[in-house]
Ligand binder design. Structure first.
Ligand SMILES: [Fe+2]
Length: 279
């Protein structure tokens, strides 16, 4: 049974401000595309691009980081071979240096992914200060759990790293990593963020199922698949923020073509989405 979501138009923010979405930097991996990420940070600070692009950067009020800030350690067998920073504390300290570059006019919201140092079972608590402390000291930010619901400028956002997208893509015919927005759409139609039990997505046995999508969001943001995408379902904005990691041998073997360095930008007044490329 697919409960589905009703049609709804995204409410318009009262001011012309933008929200930028990133995820899956995987800091500490030898495949982290630091140069591209530095270009993004320079643009955000108004130091890169045309005058018009710099003006657009100045209108970014929110930056949402959808998980997998670091590559982590022990996430998969023999991961140490793929790491340029083999210590998770040093990975977060390095990430903190990058986060510190985000200009003050931007509010930052961070949720964890399956590579971050927090409980793996969904829902994931925010990354503990024991690990991400340097990031929290680098600048003010909101560190939230995965998933999280937030309201910004009157718009309801559902932020979810997206681990179960693997399960959905692998089990529903017609879905592929090249059309992530369709997989996100099926989560909304299921009104559940991990509707398949017993596959890749671990759940915490809690009394209340907090993966139910009680109130359908205006904007649904995921990462995890490493393929940037945007779409719309019944008036709701679907966004996947791609990654900052080059193609891994594993992705090559399973046929996933990542699209690194692409940042979806949401105009919070018009609801329009632009995809900016920094690769
Ligand atoms: Fe992930």
């Amino acid at each position: 049974l697919l409960p589905d979501v009703p049609d709804q138009r995204m409410p318009a923010a009262e001011r012309e401000v933008y929200c930028a979405f990133i995820s899956d930097m995987h800091v500490g991996s030898s495949l982290f595309l630091e140069k591209a990420f530095m270009r993004f940070l320079r643009w955000l600070k108004g130091d890169l691009g045309t005058e018009k692009q710099a003006e657009l950067a100045g209108r970014i009020k929110y930056l949402i980081i959808g998980g997998d800030l670091v590559d982590g350690v022990g996430v998969y067998p023999a991961q140490e071979r793929d790491l340029s920073i083999p210590d998770v504390y040093v990975q977060y300290a390095y990430a903190a240096k990058l986060i510190a570059e985000i200009p003050d006019h931007v509010e930052v919201l961070l949720i964890p992914g399956n590579h971050d140092a927090t409980r793996q079972s969904l829902p994931q608590p925010a990354i503990p200060a024991e690990f991400a402390g340097p990031v929290y000291e680098a600048r003010g930010l909101y560190s939230l759990g995965n998933p999280s619901e937030v309201r910004l400028e009157g718009i309801l956002f559902l932020l979810y790293h997206g681990r179960s997208l693997d399960d959905i893509i692998g089990s529903v015919s017609g879905l592929g990593s090249d059309r992530v927005e369709n997989a996100m759409e099926s989560l909304l139609r299921s009104r559940h963020l991990a509707p398949r039990y017993g596959a890749e997505t671990p759940f915490a046995p809690e009394r209340e199922d907090r993966l139910v999508v009680e109130t359908p969001p205006d904007v649904f943001h995921c990462g995890h698949i490493h393929v940037a995408a945007h779409g719309r379902y019944r008036g709701r904005v679907l966004l996947n923020s791609g990654c900052w990691l080059a193609e891994t041998p594993f992705q090559g073997a399973v046929g996933i073509r990542p699209t690194p360095g692409i940042v979806p930008l949401l105009n919070m007044r018009s609801g329009n989405v632009e995809m900016l490329a920094f690769s």
